[in-house]
Design a protein around this ligand. Structure first.
Ligand code: HEM
Length: 510
C-alpha cells in the first residue's frame, strides 16, 4: 500500500524535476539562428526545392548570414556572410571539419571511404597525406607535364576545326578528362572518341546531381527508408554501378600490366602507386587507419571528380563571360599578344607569371561561378557562433556563391568586372578573404588547388591566345545566357557553342 502511494507521489515529482532541468538547460543554451518558421514535425521540408545555392542565398537576404532550417527532426545551417564563414572555416575550423552524409553520399562514396567525404580524424589525415603524396610527390611531377601535353593536343584539335561551331562544354571536359587520365591512370583517350566521352560525361554529371540533390528520404525516420518520392535511391544504385565498372576496369588494367612489367618504377602512375601501397598496407597495418580496397577506389573517384569537372566547368564559364563581354575579351587577347607574341602559339609558365589581366579574369570567373557553390561541412561537437547554437552532428553549408555576390563586400556584385582584382589589397585565392573562397579554406580546403589552377589558367591562356572566338551566326553577345543546371557543382544549363578562327601569324604544329 505504502509502495503504491510512494509511486503515485514520486512520478509527478520526477516529471516536474525532468521538466525543470530541461527548461533550465534550454534557458542556458543559446538560441538557434533565425530562419523561416516550419510546420510541426516536418519543419521546412515543403521548401526543399529552393534549397540550392541561389534559393539559400535569397533566404539569407531575409534571415541573415547564419540561417537555420529544420528538415523533419534534423537541422540545417547555411553560412552566407564573410564574418561567419571566417568563424566556421578558420577560427573554429576543428569543430566544423566533418562532412555530412546523405543516402546518396553514403552509397556513392563506398560508405564514406574516400577522402572528400570521410569524417575528420586520424583516418582522414592518413588519406589526405596519401592523396597529396600521390598527386604532388616528385614522381608525380608528371601530372604537371601531362597538363601541358593535353592542352597542346586540345589546341591542335581546335585548330583543325576552325570555322565550325564547337561545343565548349565537351571540349573542356575532354581536355580535363585527358589531363586527369594521363596523370592518374597513365593513359589518355583520343578526343575523337565521342562515345566514351559522352558516357564519362554522363557518369560525372549524374554523380554531381546526386551529391547535390536534397532528398526527402534523408529526413524521415530509418523505418521509412523505403520512402523515395523523388526516385533517388534507384538512380544512386545505377550511377554507382557504372562508376564501379569503370574504376574496376582501371584497377584490372593496372594489375595485368604489372604482371608482365619488370620496370614498374619507370612506368608507374598514380594507380600503380596506390596498388603497391595497398599491398604493403596489408602486411604492416592492422589499425583503424588501415586503407582498404574501397578506400583506393574512393581516392580514384575523388581524383576523377576533383580533377575533371571543376576545371572543365570553370573553362566553360570563363569563355561564356568573355563572349558576353567583348571589351574584356579584347583586353586579355591584347595582353596575350604582347606577352607571348603572335608569332608563337605555346604559352608557358614564364608567360603565365606576366599575364596579370588573365589572372584577374580567372578570379572573376571563380567569384561569379564557384565550381562548388556550397561547401558541405558538419559539426564535430556542439558549437556556438555569434551567439547562436549549432548542435553536434548538424550539416553546415558555406554558400560560396552568396559570399562571392555579397553586396557588402563587392561593388556591383552581379556584374563581370575582372578589373576589380587589379591592384594591391584585392582578394587572393589563399582562403584568407572569406568573401572569396572558391577552393574553401582551412583543413578541409582543396588539396588540388595548385594543379587545378595551373590547368585552368594554362588552358584558357592557350584557347584565347591561339584563337579568336565568336558566337554562332545570328547570335549577339547579349544572347549568351548564364542559366545554371542542377548539381553539387554548377554546370551551364545549355552548353556554350562558339566558333574559333585563326589569330596567329604562325601555324599550330606539334
Ligand atoms: C578549379 C578547380 C578546383 C576548384 C574550384 C576546387 C574547389 C574545391 C572546394 C571548394 C573544396 C571543398 C572545400 C571545403 O569543403 O571547405 C574542394 C575539396 C577537394 N578538392 Fe578541389 N577544386 C578544384 C580542383 C581540384 C583538383 C584538380 C583536385 C585533384 C586532382 C581536387 C581535389 C579535391 C579533394 C580530394 C577535395 C576534398 C578535400 C577534403 O575533404 O579533405 N580539386 N575542392
Amino acid at each position: 500500500m505504502y509502495t503504491l502511494m510512494n509511486l503515485i507521489l514520486l512520478v509527478p515529482l520526477l516529471v516536474f524535476l525532468f521538466r525543470h532541468i530541461l527548461s533550465r538547460q534550454r534557458r542556458l543554451r543559446k538560441p538557434y539562428p533565425p530562419g523561416p518558421k516550419g510546420l510541426p514535425f516536418i519543419g521546412n521540408i515543403l521548401m526543399i526545392s529552393h534549397f540550392n545555392h541561389r534559393g539559400l542565398a535569397k533566404l539569407s537576404r531575409t534571415y541573415g548570414g547564419l540561417l537555420h532550417l529544420r528538415l523533419g527532426f534534423s537541422h540545417l545551417f547555411v553560412v552566407s556572410s564573410p564574418d561567419i564563414a571566417r568563424q566556421v572555416l578558420q577560427v573554429q575550423d576543428h569543430v566544423f571539419s566533418n562532412r555530412p552524409t546523405t543516402i546518396a553520399i553514403r552509397y556513392l562514396t563506398y560508405g564514406g571511404s574516400d577522402l572528400a567525404f570521410s569524417n575528420y580524424g586520424p583516418f582522414w589525415r592518413r588519406m589526405r597525406k596519401l592523396y597529396v603524396m600521390m598527386l604532388f610527390s616528385r614522381k608525380r611531377a608528371e601530372s604537371w607535364v601531362s597538363v601541358d601535353e593535353q592542352i597542346h593536343k586540345s589546341v591542335r584539335f581546335v585548330a583543325v576545326n576552325v570555322g565550325k561551331p564547337l561545343n565548349v562544354c565537351k571540349l573542356a571536359f575532354s581536355l580535363t578528362r585527358d589531363i586527369t587520365f594521363q596523370a592518374a591512370f597513365g593513359s589518355s583517350s583520343s578526343t575523337s572518341d565521342e562515345v566514351r566521352l559522352e558516357e564519362f560525361l554522363e557518369i560525372i554529371q549524374e554523380f554531381s546531381k546526386l551529391f547535390g540533390e536534397f532528398n526527402v528520404a534523408d529526413y524521415v525516420p530509418s523505418w521509412l527508408s523505403w520512402f523515395d518520392p523523388q526516385g533517388i535511391n534507384e538512380r544512386v544504385k545505377k550511377a554507382r554501378k557504372s562508376l564501379d565498372g569503370f574504376i574496376e576496369s582501371v584497377i584490372d588494367d593496372h594489375l595485368h600490366k604489372k604482371k608482365g612489367d619488370q620496370n614498374i618504377d619507370e612506368e608507374s602512375d598514380m594507380v600503380d602507386q596506390l596498388l603497391s601501397f595497398y599491398k604493403e598496407e596489408g602486411k604492416v597495418n592492422n589499425s583503424v587507419t588501415k586503407i582498404n580496397l574501397d578506400n583506393i577506389k574512393g581516392i580514384i573517384m575523388d581524383v576523377m571528380f576533383g580533377g575533371t569537372e571543376t576545371v572543365a566547368l570553370a573553362i566553360e564559364w570563363l569563355l561564356t563571360e568573355l563572349l558576353r563581354s567583348p571589351e574584356n575579351m579584347k583586353r586579355v587577347q591584347n595582353e596575350l599578344a604582347s606577352v607571348v607574341g603572335l608569332d608563337r602559339w605555346r604559352v608557358d609558365d614564364t608567360h603565365l607569371e606576366k599575364l596579370t589581366f588573365l589572372k584577374c579574369i580567372v578570379k572573376e570567373t571563380l567569384r561569379l561561378h564557384p565550381p562548388f557553390p556550397l561547401l558541405l561541412h558538419e559539426t564535430v561537437e556542439d558549437a556556438e557562433v555569434t551567439g547562436y547554437f549549432i548542435p553536434k552532428g548538424s550539416p553546415v553549408m558555406v554558400n560560396t556563391y552568396a559570399l562571392g555576390r555579397d553586396p557588402n563586400s563587392w561593388s556591383d556584385p552581379e556584374s563581370f568586372n575582372p578589373g576589380r582584382f587589379l591592384g594591391p589589397g584585392a582578394p587572393d585565392l589563399k582562403g584568407n578573404h572569406f568573401e572569396f573562397v572558391p577552393f574553401g579554406s582551412g583543413r578541409r580546403s582543396c588539396p588540388g588547388m595548385q594543379l587545378g589552377l595551373y590547368a585552368f589558367e594554362l588552358a584558357v591562356a592557350h584557347l584565347l591566345h591561339c584563337f579568336t572566338w565568336r558566337l554562332p551566326d545570328g547570335m549577339k553577345s547579349g544572347d549568351v545566357d548564364t542559366i545554371e543546371g542542377p548539381g553539387l557543382t554548377v554546370p551551364k544549363a545549355t552548353p556554350l557553342l562558339a566558333v574559333p578562327t585563326t589569330r596567329l601569324l604562325c601555324p599550330i604544329v606539334s
